[in-house]
Write a protein that binds this ligand. Structure first.
Ligand SMILES: [Zn+2]
Ligand SMILES: [Zn+2]
Length: 337
């Protein structure tokens, strides 16, 4: 494994995707969503750290592509005697334990196994003065804080979806900020917004700027909702100063959307060369550029950069691991076109 003076962000694409692990500078682990049903992903993560210490497991929201493997994570930890210290999730309106209610099943398992569970949001009963961002994990040098969702809209969506017997969705997404506390500038910050909607993202951005040491300018941004044009408001681009990761399933026609690729590609190239990383060889890219590629194996649908590992130091971010085909595929994709 690499240096432990840095944060590692591992983006796992296998299975249903949208699984992310933080390996903090002190080697402890934070899980942010686990949408993969490929159990080898959590096994190898826990195998790498000896002994593993899991500070938290967190579900940004209840959609299956973010929660399908959470029960596997908890079971794998408990079976190894590594009980996660906390489980965080936006309040779920119901615990129906339907087969598709992966978050509900994971929360029930956590309760049954004495893992403290916390439904979290930012209380905004005074809309002009919401409760400050709060850290769910912290060391003297760094912390991970929750910037959204606001409790009022979160509750509204939770109750509405409960009454309609559906899973509460993207408007309930937790927005997370990792930062090295000594750095005031862009460097050393990662934003993970789940599938947050523009309203939730706006709340997070505004909320951060209420406090002197918070803002959402970042070196690492994991694109919300797989780069959908709806959930990537144009103003968000200005906050991306380093590596942007779009995670999308292979060859979906709408994710990542063409407009997000066209917006983020040129923006990322202005700051760091080729700092846009897309996990899938995009349908959009294949449609537009396949005819240009001399090597046809590079322009088939499938992983582009695949599983991605990023190291974030107080001075900036660096992508340290990805599918080896990625750079060659760039030449026939919106990353560089
Ligand atoms: Zn979602
Ligand atoms: Zn999603």
């Amino acid at each position: 494994m690499g240096s432990y003076t840095r944060l590692q962000v591992r983006r796992v694409v296998k299975g249903n995707g949208n699984a992310c692990a933080f390996i903090f500078p002190d080697q402890t682990i934070g899980i942010v969503d686990w949408g993969t049903d490929d159990r080898s992903c959590i096994r190898s993560l826990l195998d790498d750290e000896k002994p593993p210490k899991v500070r938290f497991v967190l579900a940004t929201h209840s959609h299956a592509d973010h929660t399908m493997g959470l029960l596997d994570v908890l079971e794998e930890c408990v079976n190894r005697g590594v009980r996660p210290e906390n489980f965080f999730y936006p309040a779920i309106g119901q615990l129906t334990l339907r087969p598709s209610d992966y978050l509900g099943r994971a929360v029930k398992y956590a309760v049954d196994h004495h893992i403290p569970t916390h439904s979290v949001s930012v209380h905004d009963f005074d809309p002009k003065n919401p409760a400050p961002p709060f850290a769910i994990a912290a060391n003297p040098d760094w912390d991970v804080s929750i910037l959204a969702p606001p409790s009022s809209s979160n509750n509204r969506h939770q109750i509405k979806s409960h009454l309609s017997n559906i899973n509460p969705g993207n408007p309930t997404s937790i927005v997370l900020l990792f930062r090295y506390v000594a750095t005031k500038a862009t460097q050393g910050r990662a934003v993970l917004p789940g599938d947050a909607t523009p309203a939730v993202l706006k709340f997070a951005a505004d909320h951060a700027t209420r406090y002197p040491d918070f803002h959402i300018d970042n070196d690492v941004m994991i694109a919300p909702h797989h780069g959908s044009s709806h959930n990537w408001p144009k103003w968000l681009t200005a906050h991306v100063q380093g590596v942007a990761v779009i995670s999308a399933g292979a060859n979906r026609p709408s994710h990542p959307s063409l407009s997000v690729l066209q917006l983020l590609g040129p923006h990322c190239r202005q700051t760091t060369p080729s700092s846009l990383f897309c996990t899938s060889y995009a349908h959009q890219c294949r449609t537009a550029f396949a005819h240009l590629a001399s090597n046809t194996t590079l322009v088939r649908e499938g992983p582009c950069f695949g599983d991605i590992e990023i190291e974030l130091a107080p001075t900036g971010a660096q992508v340290t691991d990805h599918d080896p085909n990625g750079p060659a595929r760039r030449a026939s994709g919106y990353c560089t076109q």
